[in-house]
Structures are given as structure tokens and as C-alpha cells.
Design a protein around this ligand. Structure first.
Ligand SMILES: C[S@@+](CC[C@H](N)C(=O)[O-])C[C@H]1O[C@@H](n2cnc3c(N)ncnc32)[C@H](O)[C@@H]1O
Length: 213
């Protein structure tokens, strides 16, 4: 249930476009695990980040139904390209339907498959990577994409508070929590980057790659 402060934040954040409201509703009606979608405030945040850094080339890991992809694309320059990777081919028809309806859909190039197999085939230099696929693979994604992030570029990792479980007693079989914790512990000690972990929604780590690397 939303708290009063969450409601206040929603009410004082610019509204999402009608197409994204529709995408959110349709995701809840037609797709399992609809809560995976970024949603209003995080979506406006992703757009704002793109407005601020004006990336020409963005990579997203984990398209799901395309909500965050459309938010990122909305903030990108007209000639920007967003590559987004999704392993579940059953979502492709849904996302393409919405990308086609958006004035920003032409900026999006979707790849269907495992991110860890597709990343090595991409030769682009990314200004921004939004990491939101399998939490157990976060460190592998980080290592796989690092050299493709331009010096001074950014990685945003979603769900880095993992429902608060990162500060609870963790059992050995809770692979997702352990992997998110291992990722957070690794990157904070990585001298090649600087990080701010924001308590927005489920935790968003903003990671900036140092110019020297
Ligand atoms: C949290 S959802 C993404 C939500 C989306 N970014 C948004 O904010 O609307 C995670 C997605 O990652 C996908 N995924 C999981 N493992 C993956 C992998 N190895 N490669 C690509 N996609 C993967 C899942 O199928 C799921 O659709």
C-alpha cells in the first residue's frame, strides 16, 4: 500500500504521458509480474537523467513491457539510439505495439535474447546503461558492459535495495539478495567509478565511470 509520502511524491512529479498510463494498465491486465515495471516516478526520473546527460547511445538490460525504454527514449535527443535487451520473446509483440505508438519508438532497437550473449555482439560506446534484468547476474552484466561504457559515462542499476533485504539476515539460498549485495559491495570498492545509491523506489545506484578508464 502506498504511504502518504509516496502519494505526495507522485502528486508533485510531472505526469506520465497517456501512452505510458495505457501501457501500465495493459501490463497489469495482460502480463504476469506487472510490478516489475518502473512506474510513474522512476520513469520520470529516467527521462530526466536523459534530459540532463543527452546520451546519443543508451543500453537497457531487461525491457519487460517497454515502460522504462519509452521513458529513456523520451528524454534522449531525436537522433539518439536506445538498445534494449529482453530474454522473454513472448513480450516482443506487446512492446512493439507500444513502441510503434510512441513518437520516441523510432529511437528504440530491441534485441531478444540473453543479455550476456547479446552484449558481446554490440560494438557501440554507451553514454548510459540502465541495468534492470536478472538480479543474480548484476556483477556479470557490470563486467560485460564496462568497456563499452564511454569514459565519463553512466550505469544506473535498479533494485539495489532489493525490498530492503540487503540489510536483513540473508539465507544462503536467497540467491537474488546475495547477488545484489555482492554487486553493491563490489562497485563501491571499484576505484574506476563513483556511486550514489538513491533510495528511490527499490533503490537506484547511479554509477559514473571515471574518465581515466
Ligand atoms: C524488472 S523487469 C524490467 C522492467 C523494465 N525495465 C521496466 O522498468 O519497465 C526485468 C526483465 O528482465 C528480463 N530478463 C531477465 N533475465 C534476462 C537476461 N539474462 N537477458 C535479458 N533479459 C532478461 C526479464 O524477462 C524481465 O522482463
Amino acid at each position: 500500500m502506498s504511504s502518504a509520502i509516496d502519494n505526495y511524491i507522485e502528486a508533485h512529479t510531472t505526469e506520465e504521458p497517456d501512452l505510458l498510463k495505457k501501457l501500465n494498465r495493459e501490463t497489469h491486465l495482460r502480463v504476469v509480474n506487472p510490478r516489475m515495471l518502473s512506474g510513474h516516478v522512476q520513469g520520470r526520473f529516467l527521462k530526466m537523467i536523459c534530459r540532463m546527460i543527452q546520451p546519443s547511445c543508451v543500453l537497457e538490460l531487461g525491457t519487460f513491457t517497454g515502460y522504462s525504454a519509452l521513458c529513456l527514449a523520451e528524454g534522449m535527443p531525436e537522433d539518439g539510439i536506445l538498445h534494449t535487451i529482453e530474454i522473454n520473446d513472448e513480450l516482443e509483440e506487446f512492446t512493439q505495439e507500444f513502441f510503434a505508438q510512441s513518437p520516441h519508438g523510432k529511437k528504440i532497437k530491441q534485441h531478444i535474447g540473453n543479455a550476456l550473449e547479446i552484449i558481446p555482439t554490440l560494438i557501440e560506446s554507451f553514454d548510459l546503461v540502465f541495468m534492470d534484468a536478472d538480479k543474480r547476474e548484476y556483477l556479470s552484466y557490470y563486467h560485460a558492459i564496462f568497456d563499452n561504457v564511454r569514459p565519463g559515462g553512466y550505469i544506473i542499476a535498479d533494485n539495489t535495495l532489493w525490498d530492503g533485504k540487503v540489510v536483513e539476515n540473508t539465507t544462503a539460498n536467497d540467491k537474488q539478495t546475495l547477488a545484489v549485495m555482492a554487486f553493491n559491495d563490489f562497485i563501491v570498492k571499484d576505484e574506476r567509478v563513483e556511486i550514489v545509491l538513491l533510495p528511490l523506489r527499490d533503490g537506484l545506484s547511479i554509477i559514473r565511470k571515471n574518465e581515466l578508464y
